[in-house]
Design a protein around this ligand. Structure first.
Ligand code: PLP
Length: 223
């Protein structure tokens, strides 16, 4: 692994096929580290916690686009709508109603991805594959939300090949949803792949990869 944030960002960017965007997953990183990544070419920063995002946003502002990639609590929806350009983790109608209400109050149409629990693991965030279409049909009636695609994590452990079935399943749902032409729904973004799995994710159709340790190095404290 290259030994600076700048070198690692440039190395990954040089390997990305056209049409695939790189997002720096910045949980537990300091604003100065995020700025270093932006100066090396990062245009999208993913945050897991609204409070952490707020702190970073105050220093960095609009020098990048901000994505929410952690589980969003309803009581943080107002702040999230203020800060983020895309919420990648919508996984319930309840949360959608709250986001819609907050976005309406701010005169904003909030772009979201639906998080798919592609491993069907009960303790994990996201919607089971068989429930994605139903949720999307319900959310599509909300005027201040626009659904732009799907996000998935897949299993936390394993070799890159172990991710393939989960990515493939999410891609299949993505392609199916495209054919349905639901109003307010544009299947444009397929967010899959992290440090260990981004290459196979791209092979399976991802056009947004979220990389943390591969950019910033090992995390000091796990959060
Ligand atoms: C931390 C995180 C990533 C990046 O994980 P790495 O293995 O550090 O690349 C991607 N997506 C989400 C949702 C994360 O929380």
């Amino acid at each position: 692994m290259a030994n600076s944030i700048k070198e690692r960002v440039q190395e990954i960017l040089s390997q990305l096929p056209a049409g695939v965007e790189l997002e720096a997953a910045a949980k537990s990183r300091q604003p100065f580290e995020i700025i270093e990544a932006i100066e090396a070419g990062i245009k999208i920063v993913g945050e897991n916690y609204v409070q952490e995002a707020e702190r970073a946003y105050r220093e960095i502002g609009q020098r990048c686009r901000w994505h929410m990639i952690g589980h969003l609590q309803k009581n943080k929806a107002k702040k999230a709508v203020e800060i983020f350009d895309l919420i990648e983790t919508l996984d319930s109608l309840e949360l959608a109603l709250e986001i819609d209400k907050r976005a309406a109050a701010q005169g904003k149409v909030m772009s979201v991805l639906i998080e798919v629990n592609s491993g069907r693991e009960p303790q994990k965030a996201g919607v089971f594959p068989e429930d994605v279409e139903g949720l999307i049909r319900s959310v599509s009636g909300l005027k201040n939300i626009r659904i732009l695609g799907l996000m998935t994590m897949g299993p936390l452990e394993g070799s890159p090949e172990d991710f393939i079935p989960y990515f493939r399943e999410t891609r299949r749902i993505f392609e199916h949803l495209k054919t349905l032409n639901i109003q307010n729904v544009e299947m444009q973004i397929l967010s899959m792949g992290m440090t260990a799995s981004w290459r196979v994710a791209i092979e399976e159709g991802a056009n947004l990869v979220r990389i943390g340790t591969g950019i910033f190095g090992p995390r000091h404290q796990d959060v």
